[in-house]
Design a protein around this ligand. Structure first.
Ligand SMILES: C[S@@+](CC[C@H](N)C(=O)[O-])C[C@H]1O[C@@H](n2cnc3c(N)ncnc32)[C@H](O)[C@@H]1O
Length: 408
């Protein structure tokens, strides 16, 4: 059967699970319906490095099995005409963040040592100096080193509160007591068998139990950056580790709260929110960011707002009616020859779903994506025979998404 593309503005991937939304949208202008509703906003914007960042898209079963077949696509450009242009972006994002927050909400702006001092002035201007909470130093060991100066091995995360009503629960983020914090103290064991250490200072004896929780300060050395072969890696440059975001979200939000990332990239904040049972909202201006985030978040009740349309694409599929279900089999996907870079047929498909199209919204019922743990696309999906126009949604390796209905 031949399918044709149909107009669509939004897709809904499931009805159960944590509610989440990803939107292809400028983070400076978030939707008005979220104003004053977000408990924590985290932003990891471009750092003004003057570089173009890439997204390495694995292609076909082969690419997802051994990583030997991939495409290099643009992720985002971090080039600005002037400092002023860059600061206008930061100011716009910081203002948007503040407008989204609840009165007890928290804001985190992630930068490096080059722009962080200027960003702090912008945040002081927007949030008020008295609402500055912390400058977090996230130190790591990854990346190259130089002999010309001290290697730059930290990022700076500015933490602001919307107001004095800040919700902050450090007890949600205990860290293990590092051996080197206690090895100069004398180790003893009490009657219950608990190990503790004591130290005398100023005539007083201080006792620390080895199993008692300790809490992080503002210098974080215990969260490692993603290693080259880290299974979390999506191929999207600048991706941050989930553990970093989990620490930020766990102490500033409760289960069920709404978290937003206005430059969501590969969706790390959203993935951390999903794991912690927080609702999430992610905005980004890069199609590849939306495509990567979508794939990462299919275990949630996800809504995705992006433009649909794959110019010149063709799709053949079979829809076999069974008892209560259609068996939908993906047969052929094609793009205009000059655009395919030698990639053919179903190797061009990275994600697909079957569902219903109603009033411009695609409601997915079953889906399949290529993943490291599932390199082979499942080419037959089940579609319950419900009311609505049966439809297919595809995302190809170039990030084109399209919704298809049977040709008349
Ligand atoms: C440093 S990356 C974010 C990486 C992300 N934290 C992750 O873990 O994958 C910055 C992101 O900001 C996005 N971006 C740049 N300008 C934007 C804007 N005005 N609104 C929304 N997103 C924007 C880029 O497309 C890019 O994905």
């Amino acid at each position: 059967m031949r399918f044709v593309q149909a107009p669509c503005r939004q897709e809904k991937l499931a009805t159960s699970g944590i509610q989440g939304r990803v939107m292809l949208m400028d983070g400076m202008t978030p939707p008005a319906e979220y104003l004053g509703k977000v408990q924590c906003v985290y932003i990891d914007p471009p750092f003004n490095t003057g570089e173009d960042f890439e997204f390495r898209m694995r292609v076909g079963e082969e690419g997802w099995t051994d990583g030997n077949r991939s495409l290099t696509l643009p992720a985002f450009s971090d080039r600005f005409e002037s400092r002023e242009e860059y600061w206008a972006l930061l100011r716009g994002l910081v203002r948007a963040a503040r407008s989204l927050l609840t009165e007890s909400g928290a804001f985190f702006l992630h930068l490096d040592s080059r722009e962080a001092p200027y960003a702090r002035m912008i945040c002081d201007e927007v949030f008020g100096e008295s609402n500055f909470v912390n400058e977090i130093i996230w130190a790591y060991q990854t990346g190259g080193r130089t002999l010309k100066r001290f290697s730059r091995k930290h990022d700076t995360i500015l933490f602001y509160q919307k107001s004095k009503k800040l919700y902050f629960n450090i007890q949600a983020v205990p860290v293990s007591r590092a051996e080197n914090r206690s090895n100069h103290m004398k180790k003893q064991v009490d009657e219950q068998g608990r190990a503790y250490r004591t130290i005398k200072s100023g005539g007083k004896t201080y006792t620390y139990y080895d199993d008692a929780p300790v809490y992080p300060g503002d210098v974080w050395t215990d969260v490692s950056h993603l290693q080259q072969k880290d299974p979390q890696r999506t191929g999207y440059d600048t991706q941050k580790p989930v553990a970093l975001l989990k620490r930020i979200l766990a102490c500033t939000t409760r289960p069920g709260d709404l978290v937003a990332d206005l430059c969501c990239g590969s969706g790390t904040t959203l993935a951390a929110a999903m794991e912690l049972d927080r609702q999430f909202l992610g905005l980004d201006v890069s199609r590849n960011a939306v495509s990567v985030s979508r794939k990462r978040l299919t275990d949630s009740a996800l809504t995705v707002d992006w433009s649909f349309g794959a110019p010149g694409a063709e799709l053949d599929a079979e829809m076999m009616p069974g008892i209560g279900f259609y068996d939908v089999k993906l047969l052929r996907y094609a793009l205009p020859h000059q655009d395919t870079m030698g990639i053919e047929n179903l190797d061009l498909v990275d994600q697909w779903a079957v569902g219903f199209l109603k009033d411009g919204v695609f409601y997915a019922q079953d889906l399949s994506s290529r993943l490291k743990k599932l390199p082979k696309l499942n080419t037959t999906l089940l579609l319950p025979q419900l009311r609505g126009t049966p439809a297919i949604m595809t995302v190809d390796v170039f990030g084109n998404s399209a919704v298809w209905v049977e040709a008349e």
